[in-house]
Design a protein around this ligand. Structure first.
Ligand code: NAD
Ligand code: G6P
Ligand code: MN
Length: 443
């Protein structure tokens, strides 16, 4: 008999849930679910998104049992897979993460700089709690595949606090960039294989191969001129807002200055901070764009369904985001040994970075977890950048564990996005006020 799986989506009320469910059910002939659970701590939001998910299930696997719950025991009991995508504090707090630093002329971003550190302090303990629920109720062979941001800090903190947890932290940005690379090259993204090193949202593609042929130099020349902007019309609905196009285009400034590698788009926040701040509107940030766009589209569609109107479900399906998490889960489930970029403990993979850094590198995904490749030593510029950022992430995790104001201030001060201790302190103090409900107390 075919093995079937109980799969939980933690953060069931996420804007990404319908797309992930569609990707999952696309694979139902190979990766058959016996139950799909949406789990969230916000019943109302999850009920709403659940209306869309119900229609997706009816369309693609009508006999599948769909459960919506806010009870961790009900959700996690005997679960095989837990896809985590929690946004602790919702978009209201993302808005503050972005706007507070901008008031001081500093990059205001979801996962980078002070905003990312604030989001990290909110998310560490809820993620630890999720792991504890899984340890208690899920199958002993459970896997958490985690998208919850800031994934770099989540990975570091959960590894430190729950080293035995069966959690694999992933990010869709490299695959999204690969999708653009494929459009630039006129090929399928699955025919590309990359070499890569870095931390999450802080890395570099060192080689790109198309069916085995090295196309790195060709891509570098293109990106130095155009960024990751394909010349043809992009079909994907993900990352198509003007602010994302600006981000993709910005890669050209990095690629035309430093010729070794192809940057992750997130490097703009560290290397082009002045340009990023100048092109930001401190009163209307990405959080506002998403609340007025992706989030609103979901809740408008729910209202339409509830009013008995037809909805075009396809507008929730696009994107490599759903495909990637399902690919990783299937490789874990069936020991497919597919090669994916994931976050793992360094342990010498990048020779001249700390052993305990959580690096993002290629790994073969087996049913026992990731088997990372060896990267070797990296050049001074990249090593220096990564060591600084890695120390920032380590300090913020230690601040959370030790309730240390001073370590939090060190993390904010050390971030390459922050010009001085004075500015770091002002932002941190405002962030403490804004995050009263969420952060561990700092003394
Ligand atoms: P969203 O706000 O639409 O959804 C998040 C859901 O998580 C909400 O329904 C919220 O109620 C729920 N939640 C918050 N705290 C929770 C808790 N303690 N327990 C259970 N549920 C909880 O956010 P979104 O835009 O859909 O993003 C979801 C998450 O995925 C965010 O963390 C985002 O940063 C992350 N993300 C990561 C990647 C990646 O590359 N790793 C890509 C896309 C999104
Ligand atoms: C990419 C990153 C995610 C991040 C998202 C933000 O997909 O990999 O980690 O959360 O972008 O996108 P948004 O559309 O919400 O600004
Ligand atoms: Mn990411």
């Amino acid at each position: 008999m075919m093995k079937t799986f109980k799969l939980v989506i933690a953060g069931g009320g996420s804007t990404y849930t319908p797309g992930i469910v569609k990707s999952l059910l696309n694979q139902k002939d190979k990766f058959k679910l016996n139950e799909l659970v949406l789990y969230d701590n916000n019943a109302e939001r999850q009920e709403a998104v659940g209306v869309i998910v119900r229609h997706v299930v009816d369309l693609f696997d009508p006999d599948l049992k769909l459960t919506l719950t806010t009870d961790p025991e009900t959700a996690m009991t005997d679960a095989d897979f837990i896809f985590a995508q929690m946004r602790v504090g919702l978009y209201a707090m993302r808005e503050k993460d972005e706007k507070i630093p901008l008031q001081y002329g500093v990059v205001g971003q979801e996962t980078c700089g002070p905003g990312g550190l604030a989001y990290g302090l909110r998310t560490i303990y809820p993620m630890v709690e999720l792991i504890d629920y899984c340890e208690k109720y899920a199958k002993p062979t459970y896997w958490i595949v985690n998208y919850s941001n800031p994934a770099a800090i989540v990975a570091k903190a959960t590894f430190r606090l729950r080293p035995k947890a069966r959690i694999l932290n992933i990010c869709d940005m490299p695959v999204a960039i690969e999708r653009n690379m494929a459009e630039i090259l006129g090929c399928d993204r699955h025919d590309l294989e990359v070499d890569y090193f870095g931390l999450n949202h802080f890395g570099w593609f060192t080689k790109v191969r198309l069916n085995g042929t090295d196309v790195t130099e060709q891509l570098k020349a293109y990106v130095a001129e155009n960024g990751y902007m394909p010349k043809n019309e992009k079909s994907d609905v993900m990352h198509s807002d003007p602010s994302w196009l600006h981000t993709y285009a910005n890669a050209k400034h990095i690629c035309s200055a430093f010729h070794d590698y192809l940057p992750n788009t997130y490097m703009q926040y560290y290397l082009l901070g002045d340009e990023v701040v100048q092109s930001s509107d401190p009163h209307h940030t990405r959080a506002n764009e998403v609340m007025e766009g992706r989030e609103k589209r979901i809740f408008d569609a729910v209202a339409d369904y509830r009013a008995g109107k037809e909805v075009d479900l396809t507008k929730f399906f696009g994107g490599v985001h759903g495909e990637f998490i399902v690919d990783v889960a299937m490789s874990l489930a069936f020991d497919l040994r597919q090669r994916h970029l994931v976050m793992v403990e360094n342990k010498g993979a990048v020779e001249n970075l700390p052993e305990d850094a959580m690096v993002e590198i290629p790994a073969y995904i087996t049913d026992r977890g990731p088997e990372p490749v060896r990267v070797g030593a990296i050049p001074t510029f990249y090593k220096g950048l990564i060591e600084q950022q890695e120390a920032v992430e380590k300090l913020i995790v230690e601040a959370a564990i030790e309730h240390s104001y001073e370590k939090a201030l060190m993390a904010f001060t050390l971030s390459k996005t922050v010009p001085s201790l004075f500015v770091a302190k002002k932002i941190l103090d405002d962030m403490i006020e804004a995050n009263k409900e969420y952060w561990p107390e700092l003394h």
